[in-house]
Design a protein around this ligand. Structure first.
Ligand SMILES: O=c1ccn([C@@H]2O[C@H](COP(=O)(O)OP(=O)(O)O[C@H]3O[C@H](CO)[C@@H](O)[C@H](O)[C@H]3O)[C@@H](O)[C@H]2O)c(=O)[nH]1
Ligand SMILES: [Mn+2]
Length: 342
């Protein structure tokens, strides 16, 4: 019988909330396909690995050891052009092609959230030289490398490694290299990208988003992808930056996409660790001076007795990552006025 799995990548502890919520959202679609966590053994402590293994969210954990972690070789492209130095090890995704115990893998970035069942992706034909992926919102002739199906194969794995060692990646990371390999290298290669509809990897961007289309297709969206530096788990206060992306995606409720991520994450727990404790343990909540006004305006999480539990919630809305200056909140307020009955 063919062996299929979903797989996500964890390079460090910071993305654990994302990986957990992804697995949680995937299971909520009713899928029984195993979920695999591919993790960097150099950055994740044994204690955390054991906690994650016992969490019930993942069916299998596969370590990648230091020699197989692939660092960017094009730091100018990554740091200056893409401006995402934290993605220096995402080329490690190349290791997916070495996992030949699986017939097909659907890879999902840990900043994705599954809205509707996607098991039918495994029905798509996929040869070892093919990648199945959706177009990128920033450049639709390229695919986004946050959601894709692949067929692991040793020959392709070796060729990808060779490409990594001998050629440059135009974005300094995996998306550039994988597009060169499966999409751009030659005319013949161009047919090796099997295009998935955008609703299988709906990338959201606070600088430009096609809101009318988002609303037109709200019932078809299968996967949301929180690309960029403003990951939902970094701060609940960041919700505003994509607040205008509000639609009826889940359970008949109109929610902005960040609120949706959070409403699912509030259900996540590992044993007696609730979602707040998980945020704290993974370095996503750090003490920082806060303004009383901000807390009282944004505090929705009263205890049963109505008291604010400062120890648990003080840092909830202000994380170590400060909100980046952006024109998005303004745009959001402006648009909000016009979107009343979504
Ligand atoms: O510190 C990190 C950084 C990344 N990751 C993993 O690598 C993935 C990619 O990083 P992410 O922050 O999600 O990148 P994006 O903002 O989505 O950026 C785009 O560009 C990246 C570099 O080409 C691609 O890896 C992405 O798929 C593509 O969507 C994450 O989801 C995680 O699974 C970590 O575990 N820790
Ligand atoms: Mn991503």
């Amino acid at each position: 019988m063919a062996k299929f799995a979903y797989i996500t990548l964890l390079l460090n502890t910071g993305y654990i909330p994302g990986a957990l919520n992804l697995a949680h959202s995937l299971r909520k679609t009713g899928s029984t396909v195993p979920i695999v966590l591919l993790y960097s053994s150099k950055n994740i402590s044994l204690e955390l690995v054991n906690t994650l293994a016992g969490s019930g969210y993942f069916d299998q954990l596969i370590p990648i050891d230091a020699p197989s972690i692939l660092e960017s070789r094009d730091t100018y492209n990554l740091n200056v052009l893409l401006q995402r130095y934290e993605l220096s090890e995402t080329l490690t995704k190349i290791n997916l092609w070495s996992l030949t115990e699986f017939d097909k893998l659907v890879y999902l970035d840990s900043d994705t959230l599954i809205i509707k069942p996607i098991d039918h992706l495994f029905d798509i034909e996929c040869s070892e030289s093919t990648i199945v992926a959706s177009p990128d919102c920033g450049w639709p002739d390229l695919f986004n490398s946050g959601v894709f199906m692949l067929k692991p194969n040793d020959g392709i794995y070796k060729k990808l490694l060779e490409t990594y060692e001998t050629q440059s990646s135009f974005d300094g990371a995996d998306q550039g290299l994988l597009n060169e390999f499966f999409n751009l290298q030659s005319e013949q290669n161009r047919t090796n990208w099997h295009r998935l509809p955008f609703v299988y990897n709906c990338t959201m961007n606070s600088n430009y988003e096609y809101l009318p289309a988002f609303l037109r297709f709200q019932n078809d969206i299968h996967v949301l992808h929180f690309i960029g530096t403003q990951k939902p788990w970094k701060s609940r206060g960041l919700c505003d930056s994509l607040g205008f992306l509000k639609a009826n995606l889940y359970n008949g409720k109109s929610q902005n996409v960040y609120e949706l991520w959070w409403s699912l994450f509030e259900e996540v727990s590992i044993g007696d660790l609730d979602h707040i404790t998980i945020l704290r343990k993974t370095g996503n909540l750090q003490p920082r001076p806060y303004s009383e006004k901000f807390i009282s305006e944004h505090h929705h999480h009263d205890d049963d007795d109505g008291n604010h539990d400062n120890d648990n919630n003080t840092h909830y809305f202000e994380s170590a990552a400060p909100a980046e200056p952006s024109s998005a909140p303004q745009k959001s307020a402006f648009r909000e006025k016009f979107i009343t009955a979504v």
